[in-house]
Design a protein around this ligand. Structure first.
Ligand code: SAM
Length: 234
């Protein structure tokens, strides 16, 4: 029994190592940069004070959720893409604790340029919040000068925001994952994406919205990395 369990764990570890190698290969191909540079960007992140501080902040009971957000397949992908693309304008829907927000802002700060606009629902009126329940509580204050948080539903707030900023380099969806809302956000954002702009989607396994959208738009450059969908507009 004991032996089987160790064998099982070993097989899982090998699978994970393979998945990470495949993940890096796919990213390298999509971004047109050597794997060596993908490795350097991950190392730069791993050794950063930002990650060290975030780790301390999240030494918390919701540890399983946090481990999943730290995995190279989730929030760090945003860091990586922003470091290579060097965007001027990033829009995201869905902030919650602020993992994706923090990783994106850290990359913009490293790039020394760019702004992030985030949309999330307002808190319930009259509801007292603990610090760790505040939308985007993980975001370091020193990144605030690159960040605008807009409270409201994406259906209400996204059209005006897009019309206001117009040229979007990266649009990241992580709000309401219903098929209707995903299609609504993709359709709206796609029209404002710059040539070679990125549509990033977490979590594409909930329904077929991402794959249908890619097909509908005839998008030739797209990728599914674990639960994240990536499409480039050419
Ligand atoms: C999965 S969480 C976002 C996680 C976040 N990206 C991160 O990395 O920590 C989803 C968030 O979407 C927000 N949300 C749900 N429906 C929304 C809508 N229609 N418009 C905007 N935000 C919405 C929720 O309030 C919640 O904070």
């Amino acid at each position: 029994m004991e032996k089987t369990s160790w064998k099982h764990k070993f097989v899982r570890l090998v699978e994970l190592a393979n998945a990470i190698v495949t993940h890096k290969r796919k990213l390298s191909k999509l971004l047109g940069v050597p794997i060596k540079e993908i490795d350097s960007a991950y190392n730069e992140l791993a050794e950063s004070k930002f990650l060290h501080d975030l780790n301390k902040k999240t030494a918390h009971p919701k540890i399983l959720h946090y481990v999943s957000m730290f995995s190279p397949f989730r929030a760090p992908i945003l860091y990586l893409i922003c470091r290579f693309i060097k965007p001027d304008v990033v829009i995201e829907t869905g902030v919650k604790d602020g993992f994706s927000t923090s990783f994106t802002l850290h990359a913009l700060e490293m790039n020394k340029k760019g702004r992030l606009y985030s949309i999330d629902l307002p808190n319930r009126p009259g509801h007292e919040l603990r610090e760790t329940q505040r939308t985007g509580w993980l975001v370091p204050k020193e990144f605030y000068h690159r960040w605008k948080l807009i409270l409201g539903s994406s259906r209400d707030k996204l059209p005006a925001l897009l019309e206001n900023v117009r040229n979007v380099d990266i649009f990241f969806h992580d709000s309401d994952h219903s098929y209707e809302n995903m299609m609504f956000e993709f359709d709206k954002a796609w029209g404002y994406l710059m040539p070679k702009g990125f549509l990033l989607v977490d979590d594409i396994t909930e329904n077929s919205a991402f794959s249908e959208f890619i097909r509908k738009r005839g998008c030739k450059s797209s990728l599914e990395l674990f639960k994240t969908g990536i499409a480039i507009k050419y």
